[in-house]
Ligand binder design. Structure first.
Ligand code: ATP
Ligand code: MG
Length: 243
């Protein structure tokens, strides 16, 4: 994907959470966003998802600007798959219906087609035996794979992941990362906010380091992890890679 960010600023309560950031990436398939807590990673992702509107600046993806009017935004959001840390599944629906319902309601797919597409995805992500269960009966890793299946089901133009594994026990982290890795291998474009440095290093073709609302570093995984030029980045990596 092509990603163009021009002088983007977002304020919360008078404070610039994204502070005049600009970025041009012309051919990126998997972009990892790293950085300390509160640095603005989720805010940036939510703007790219069309869930938040910035105060100033523009974001364009593949040459198309993200709209600001609610009506166009609603349509834009329907083209994106987003996966959150907290799964955001409907608790009263089964795993299968969590995938089926948005296809029917939002994307106006017929019930039969929605059911067969969702069944295929459950199978693919190793969840066929769990389709009838409600989220409360699923493990964290299973819930997150359902959330990913739901995001992929709509055939999005790209996928956004906001710390998809940080609520998971370590034993479930790899099953979710495996699914993301598979999507990357299929050349699905994705942007991933993550605390998993090893994963960012192996899966991303470009990495952004965001701190205090600024893009402090932007580079290839080897530039970021092996030759970090900026002091703030080195301090951050020393801290997170310590143990
Ligand atoms: N809806 C909101 N209202 C007020 N302040 C907010 C809101 N959302 C985020 N913030 C503030 O904006 C700053 C950036 O938040 P953001 O969630 O983007 O950080 P982050 O990099 O994703 O952090 P983390 O790694 O902890 O998820 C924080 O100081 C946060 O408190
Ligand atoms: Mg966040």
């Amino acid at each position: 994907m092509r990603l163009s960010i021009r002088q983007l600023t977002k304020y919360f309560e008078g404070k610039a959470v994204l502070d005049d950031i600009s970025l041009e990436l012309s051919d990126v398939h998997s972009l990892a966003v790293i950085g300390p807590s509160g640095g603005g990673k989720s805010t940036l992702l939510r703007i790219i998802a069309g869930l938040l509107v910035p105060e100033t600046g523009k974001v364009a993806i593949n040459g198309r600007e993200i709209p600001v009017e609610e009506e166009y935004l609603r349509r834009y959001r329907m083209t994106i798959g987003m996966v959150f840390q907290s799964y955001n599944l409907f608790p009263h629906l089964t795993a299968l219906e969590n995938i089926v319902l948005p296809l029917q309601r939002v994307h106006h797919m017929g019930r039969e087609e929605a059911l067969s597409q969702s069944g295929r995805l459950l199978h693919r992500f190793g969840l066929s035996a769990h389709g009838h269960k409600k989220p409360a009966l699923l493990s964290g890793g299973q819930k997150q794979r359902i959330a990913i299946a739901r995001a992929v089901a709509i055939r999005p133009s790209f996928l956004l992941f906001d710390e998809p594994t940080s609520a998971l026990d370590p034993e479930y982290t790899s099953e979710v990362l495996d699914v993301i890795e598979e999507l990357r291998e299929e050349r699905k474009d994705l942007i991933l906010v993550t605390h998993e440095m090893g994963f960012a290093k192996s899966v991303a073709d470009h990495v952004l380091f965001l701190d205090e609302g600024k893009i402090v570093s932007s580079g290839t995984p080897s530039e970021i992890f092996e030759n970090p030029a900026e002091k703030r980045l080195r301090v951050f990596l020393d801290k997170v890679l310590k143990y």
